[in-house]
Design a protein. Sequence first.
Length: 259
Amino acid sequence: MTNQESGIRDSGFDIRHSVLVTGGSRGLGRAIVEALAASGRPVAFTYRVEEAAALELEARLSVEREVPVRAFRFDLADRARPDDLVAEVEAAVGPLGGLVHNAGIRRESLLALSSDEEWDGVLDVDLSGAFRLNRSALRGMVSRRRGAIVHVASLSALHGVAGQAAYAAAKAGLLAMTRVLAREVGKRNIRVNAVVPGFVATDLTADVPPERMRALRAGECLPAGVSAASVAAAVAFLLGEGAASITGQAIVVDAGASA
């Protein structure tokens, strides 16, 4: 074994191991899938409804990047499927070495006007869905004593945004889960981190009115704002060998809005 191979093994990073990205068929998730495939990692990603877009991405990247790329239908609210999903992913693209929680829903409503169903729906998908999939994926990672998990949170978890009580609470919960889980699994050589994007123009934010978008971006220091590619690069970094000593952290990618 070479020193380089030993370093990769000790860091928990192994380019032969696959990465699972939730919500990878569009927007930010699509950028993450493309970045990981470009780095040579076998990639699995989930989609919920947009099968045509998912299959197109799967076919294109499998040819362009010459690495396994597979799409799986999955709903984060499905409490019974996470174990089966992990088994299907590992059968298709190899042992799971990385997990990226990107999928989520956003329902905007003033707290006083929010229903129990609206609150429960957002928390169940954005926070509890990550809990369930973490639990399923960690069994193999703990057994192999290597792995990396990245939670995609939101600047809403750090700064109050009117109308986003449920969404912000779920994303803040992801940050808390990041720190706790890093403590729980670090001795097994598993790293857990989060990326905290600012406003990113994606399908999830396509319904934001222009005046609201200007308000959300008002504090940015960089005129170009935050691109999906820049967030994807941060996720890829946290999954890779260069982040071997980083765990329990949240990297903010917000064009300086929180400076």
